[in-house]
Write a protein that binds this ligand. Structure first.
Ligand code: ZN
Length: 144
């Protein structure tokens, strides 16, 4: 990552950890990977060291590809930048999105082209990946 990139992108960059590295590695390839329990078949999102449903540590990663569609399950509109870097994005729609093909999985992200007037519960959205640095991409949503 160049110094220039660091200066340009002021928002926090999610850190890769032991538990979430496959998720972020997939995001960097503009794909969605989900952690799944090999014991009870539940999906764990956000990922963790063990299954949130049954506690098993036998978890695997399942690639969902790069065409991810969902519906707004809930959202808030933020009118104040609580973190540096968001001051030019206000108002910002932050949504919990239910995946169409896996309704039990909900993923939080910003709706980049959303505002208080055009987003509602049930709005159809598509996942997109913002390349925030040379080697990092962050999943976000856009209205379908
Ligand atoms: Zn489980």
């Amino acid at each position: 990552m160049s110094e220039e990139t660091k200066v340009k992108y002021e928002k926090p960059i999610p850190l890769k950890t032991l538990d979430n590295t496959p998720y972020w590695d997939a995001a960097d390839r503009h794909e969605l990977a989900l952690q799944k329990c090999n014991t009870c078949n539940a999906y764990n999102h956000p990922p963790g060291p063990s299954c949130a449903s049954c506690g098993s540590v036998d978890v695997i990663w399942e690639n969902q590809g790069s065409v991810i569609q969902g519906k707004v399950y809930s959202y808030v509109v933020s009118y104040r930048p609580f973190l540096p870097g968001f001051q030019n994005d206000i108002p910002l729609v932050i949504a919990v999105v239910e995946l169409d093909h896996l309704p039990e999985v909900k993923i939080i992200g910003n709706i980049l082209n959303g505002n208080a007037e055009n987003v509602t519960i049930g709005s159809a959205v598509n996942m997109v990946w913002e390349d925030v640095t040379e080697d990092r991409a962050v999943p976000q949503w856009v209205l379908a």
